[in-house]
Design a protein around this ligand. Structure first.
Ligand code: ATP
Length: 381
């Protein structure tokens, strides 16, 4: 097992006259045995980062160390890592057993019966023992992905690198494999870097997540920290479905004044804002409450659309009934599935002061976040 250290790693590509900065000065320390998920939108530099760690891409600037050994110029095959990709990349003419043993035969002097034993054990661990003599073409997508995982596990590497390994699977299988991968990684304790654009995978699988945008690292923290205490507006909007609500507001005295509402804040929040006055107020849909009485933090709204999800309803509210819904400021609320509201109903929406986030409008930096402790306190355990 191993630690991984990315120190100011940058990768640029030359595209004709244009220089593309795919990864921009990224620093990350990944602990021994940690499961780190790298997440971000398409083109943010996730795969390039992983490929540099794998040794499949040169590093333009910065230092990459595995267990304190700088490996910038160490060949991929000498880094003791195993990769699993979105495309399973199994050899079609080989059986599952041969696919899994091939790497060991090539890279070690282990005797055949030892390799066979290791393949057998790994096959058992992954529940693919009955499939060992089949060809990849005779397997389902999920089974092929398991073989690809088995091929990585059997090599007993220091580090696993996984690039969107579940994205070819259907939703149900993906959810199953998500849990299985977590369990396996936990059991094996191998340091793992897992790349995905899927925020559910990021939230559920990682010990920590690293969020990239435009090649730049936005935040590295536990999933719950990133969710409740985002470092900036990008992270706040990237995590969470439906996304956080955002409203442009201006600080005037102890009030936040927006186009459609005024919102008083207390001294505690005010003191987090420094000199900033042009702000963005953020509130997560599940923090919005529908209540009976209007007040300082409660606003009369009209229901525009209700999306019933079964366990909960996503309700799109707008503030001004005289403005066409498509032009009105929308507030999205996630409410209990049994809480029936209908289109055109007038409802009072509460934006609880202890759940708001405030961002600097020009830099996007979070100036005030809801505290995780507060959020936890509100749950009746
Ligand atoms: P996706 O989720 O779509 O795979 P990603 O976050 O993994 O995206 P990368 O594949 O790392 O993103 O690409 C980051 C940026 O670098 C993109 O702008 C991409 O177009 C560019 N890029 C990647 N590889 C090359 C290359 N070989 N030559 C030129 N530009 C490249």
């Amino acid at each position: 097992m191993a630690t991984l250290e990315l120190d100011s790693i940058t990768k640029t590509f030359q595209d004709g006259d244009e220089e593309i900065v795919a990864v921009d000065d990224v620093s990350l320390s990944i602990d021994d045995g940690e499961f780190l998920v790298v997440v971000g939108p398409s083109g943010c530099g996730k795969s390039t980062t992983l490929r540099m760690v794998a040794g499949l891409e040169t590093i333009t600037a910065g230092t990459l160390s595995i267990d304190d050994r700088v490996v910038n110029h160490v060949k991929s095959q000498n880094r003791d890592i195993a990769m699993v990709f979105q495309s399973y990349a199994l050899y079609p003419h080989m059986s599952v057993r041969q696919n899994m043993s091939f790497g060991l035969e090539e890279s070690t002097d282990l005797p055949d019966d030892e390799i066979n034993r290791m393949v057998g054990e790994t096959g058992e661990m992954l529940g693919i023992s009955p499939l060992l003599d089949r060809k990849p073409s005779d397997l389902s997508g999920g089974q092929q992905q398991r073989v690809a995982l088995g091929r990585a596990i059997v090599r007993d590497p220091e580090v696993f690198l996984m690039d969107e390994p579940l994205s070819n699977l259907d939703a149900k299988l993906r959810a199953e494999m998500r849990t299985e991968l977590q369990r396996l990684q936990n059991d094996l304790g191998v340091t793992t870097v897992y790349v995905t654009h899927d925020q559910t995978e990021a939230m559920t699988m990682g010990d920590r997540i690293a969020i990239l945008d435009g090649g730049e690292l936005q935040q590295v923290a536990t999933p719950l920290e990133c969710y409740h205490e985002p470092s900036n507006r990008f992270v706040a909007s990237f995590l969470g479905e439906p996304s956080m609500n955002f409203f442009d507001v201006t600080l005037e005295g102890d009030r936040l004044v927006g186009d459609v509402f005024e919102y008083p804040i207390d001294e505690g929040i005010r003191s987090d804002l420094g000199d900033a006055t042009d702000l963005v107020l953020g509130i997560r849909p599940e923090a919005v409450q529908l209540v009976d009485a209007a007040g300082d933090h409660e606003f009369e709204t009209t229901v525009d659309v209700v999306e019933p999800m079964g366990d909960e309803n996503t309700v799109y509210l707008h503030f001004d009934p005289d403005v066409e819904p498509e032009n009105a400021s929308t507030l999205v609320a996630t409410i209990d599935g049994f809480n029936r509201v209908s289109e055109d109903d007038t409802v009072i929406a509460r934006i609880p002061p202890d759940a708001i986030h405030l961002f600097d409008r020009s830099t996007g930096e979070a100036l005030h976040n809801r505290s995780m402790e507060n959020a936890a306190d509100q749950i009746d355990l």
